[in-house]
Ligand binder design. Structure first.
Ligand SMILES: Nc1ncnc2c1ncn2[C@@H]1O[C@H](COP(=O)(O)OP(=O)(O)OP(=O)(O)O)[C@@H](O)[C@H]1O
Ligand SMILES: [Mg+2]
Length: 264
């Protein structure tokens, strides 16, 4: 695999939001963490590496439109040229589209295929404080590219039955990625999502997750709130849609936690 050049001190910290389990809050977390970091005055780029394109659709009114991360990964367009601007939240976006599904097959033979995205982001990471990558609910080529490109991984865990299911596999994948990058361990943070304080189930899950994963679990939990599910329909982040709501507050506090650990 091609060596990834050493990170400069003022380069963006790249976070991949990953969990191969579907529907756990990866996209909502990507979009609203990015919005909260942006509200802190940070320069933020969201990379949508999920062919479903939900983060792009949420952030870019009228959908992803042309190009985006597909062309960037194929080397047809530079990342800087492909970046689109979100008008409300002040976030830059490398959008996804359905063609992204094809990139896995198209780049099948190339050397260092796990590090394609890492290489493409090298030239623009110094323009940002944070890059947040949304990844698809499968552990294939795209998700591995997200993990290899990232300095740190944020793993949303839904407060549901079987919350820890699949995490052993995710951890094994992180170990593989660490080996690829010549690191001992990939730095990570887990965040509990869709927490419902009225149910015993949520508190049981919280206890279990904190017991197993300890200090790597974010202190902040993201509450379940109807406004979170509603916001993308208005083309808004939750921070715009319901600025004083509990979920907005939680994402702001999470952004503080993320910022605090990022340079450690
Ligand atoms: N805090 C929350 N409160 C209420 N609904 C939420 C919350 N977080 C996520 N949801 C809803 O749960 C569903 C899954 O969330 P999201 O799309 O972020 O998950 P995902 O992990 O990105 O899914 P996929 O694996 O399909 O990419 C969405 O309908 C979203 O609106
Ligand atoms: Mg998603």
């Amino acid at each position: 695999m091609r060596m990834i050049s050493k990170t400069q001190i003022d380069d963006a910290v790249i976070w991949a939001v990953a969990n191969q389990k579907g529907g756990v809050g990866k996209t909502v977390t990507t979009v609203n963490l990015a919005a909260a970091l942006s509200a802190m005055g940070k320069r933020v780029l969201v990379v949508d590496l999920d062919p479903q394109g939900s983060a792009s659709n949420n952030l870019l009114s009228g959908g992803a439109g042309w190009g985006g991360v597909y062309g960037v990964m194929r080397g047809e367009i530079g990342a800087r040229e492909a970046v689109q601007k979100d008008q409300c939240a002040g976030i830059d976006v490398l959008a996804a589209d359905e063609d992204l599904v094809a990139v896995e097959v198209e780049l099948v033979g190339i050397v260092g295929r796990e590090a394609v995205l890492a290489g493409r982001l090298e030239g623009i990471r110094r323009l940002y404080d944070y890059v947040v990558i949304d990844s698809p609910p499968t552990m294939g080529f795209l998700a591995i590219n997200a993990l290899v490109a990232a300095d740190r991984v944020l793993v949303p865990i839904q407060c549901e039955y079987m919350a820890l299911e699949g995490l052993t596999r995710l951890m094994a994948t992180l170990d593989r990625v660490a080996a690829l990058k010549g690191l001992e361990r990939i730095k990570r943070m887990y965040v509990l999502t869709m927490y419902d304080q009225r149910t015993n189930l949520s508190s049981d899950v919280v206890r279990e997750v904190r017991e197993h994963l300890g200090g790597e679990v974010a202190k902040t939990m993201i509450p379940r709130a109807i406004k979170v599910a509603e916001a993308p329909g208005f083309g808004r982040t939750v921070l715009d849609h319901d600025p004083w709501g509990a979920a907005s507050l939680a994402y702001r506090v999470l952004a503080e936690e993320v910022a605090n650990v990022s340079r450690s």
